[in-house]
Design a binder for this molecule. Structure first.
Ligand code: SAM
Length: 228
C-alpha cells in the first residue's frame, strides 16, 4: 500500500499524528478535545481529496447514497450526522429529502460543510460540539449517523449510550467504521459488543463495494445498523 493509499484510513481513523506510536494496536490515544479539534482543523483543507470523503465522483456519490438509503427510513426524517466533517454525507442526505443536522468539533471542517450545503442549496444545519455528548434533545431523531468517528472516541460505550437516547422509538443508529489495513480502527465484532447491550436489535453489513472507496479494498469496513 502506498503512502497515499494509507493516508485516508489513518486520518479517517482520527488521529494519525496523535497515535504516538500506537498504530497497529487498534486503539486511539487519549487526547484532549482541543488537540482533537486542532488536528482536524489541520486536515480540513485536503480532507475531501479522498474519494469517500469528498464524494466528488458520481460513482462514489451513488454508492454512498444507495448504501445509506438501504439502511435509513424513507425521507423525510430527522437525521443527525455526528462528527460530520466536511458535510459530504449530511448534504447527500439533505439532497435526498432528510432534515439533517451536522455536528463536529472542528470549525474548519464546519466551514467547508456549510459552504457545501450552500452550494447544494440544501437547508442542512451545522453546529460545533462534542459528539461524545451531543447536547440534543432526547428522543428527537429518527436516525443518528456516525462515520469514522466512533472508534477514536475516548469512551465509545458512553457515547453510544447517549446516541441511543437521541432516537425516537423505532429510530436507527447507523455506524460506519472499519479496521483499516494500517491496524487502526475497530472491528465489527468489537463495535457490536458495544452496541448490542444498549440496542439489542443490531446487524452489521460489510462495505466491500470498491465504488464506496474509489478503489478495491482488502481490509474490514462495515456499517452497523441498530434499530431502537
Ligand atoms: C475521519 S473524520 C470523518 C468525517 C465524516 N464523518 C466523514 O465520514 O466524512 C472525523 C471527524 O470527526 C470529528 N470529531 C472527532 N472527534 C470528535 C468529537 N469528540 N466531537 C465532534 N467531532 C469530532 C473530526 O473533527 C472530524 O471532522
Amino acid at each position: 500500500m502506498s503512502r497515499d493509499d494509507s493516508r485516508s484510513e489513518e486520518e479517517s481513523a482520527g488521529t494519525r499524528d496523535l497515535l504516538d506510536g500506537h498504530a497497529g494496536s487498534g486503539h486511539a490515544v487519549v487526547v484532549s478535545i482541543d488537540e482533537t479539534a486542532q488536528f482536524w482543523d489541520e486536515q480540513a483543507r485536503t480532507f475531501d481529496d479522498e474519494a469517500d470523503h469528498g464524494l466528488r465522483s458520481p460513482a462514489a456519490r451513488h454508492a454512498w447514497r444507495d448504501m445509506l438509503r438501504s439502511v435509513l427510513p424513507n425521507p423525510p426524517a430527522d437525521v443527525v450526522d455526528l462528527g460530520c466533517g466536511t458535510g459530504s454525507l449530511a448534504v447527500l442526505l439533505a439532497e435526498e429529502g432528510y432534515r439533517v443536522t451536522g455536528i463536529d468539533l472542528s470549525a474548519k471542517m464546519l466551514e467547508r460543510a456549510t459552504a457545501k450545503a450552500r452550494a447544494a442549496g440544501t437547508a442542512t444545519s451545522f453546529r460545533q460540539g462534542d459528539v461524545s455528548d451531543p447536547q440534543l434533545q432526547r428522543a428527537s431523531m429518527d436516525v443518528v449517523v456516525v462515520r469514522h468517528v466512533t472508534w477514536a472516541l475516548t469512551d465509545p460505550d458512553d457515547a453510544v449510550r447517549k446516541w441511543a437516547g437521541l432516537l425516537r422509538p423505532g429510530g436507527r443508529l447507523v455506524l460506519v467504521e472499519g479496521l483499516w489495513s494500517t491496524g487502526t480502527g475497530m472491528t465489527a465484532r468489537r463495535l457490536e459488543g458495544i452496541v448490542r447491550p444498549i440496542i439489542s436489535n443490531c446487524e452489521t453489513r460489510p462495505l466491500t463495494d470498491e465504488a464506496l472507496w474509489g478503489r478495491p479494498i482488502d481490509d474490514e469496513r462495515y456499517v452497523l445498523v441498530a434499530r431502537g
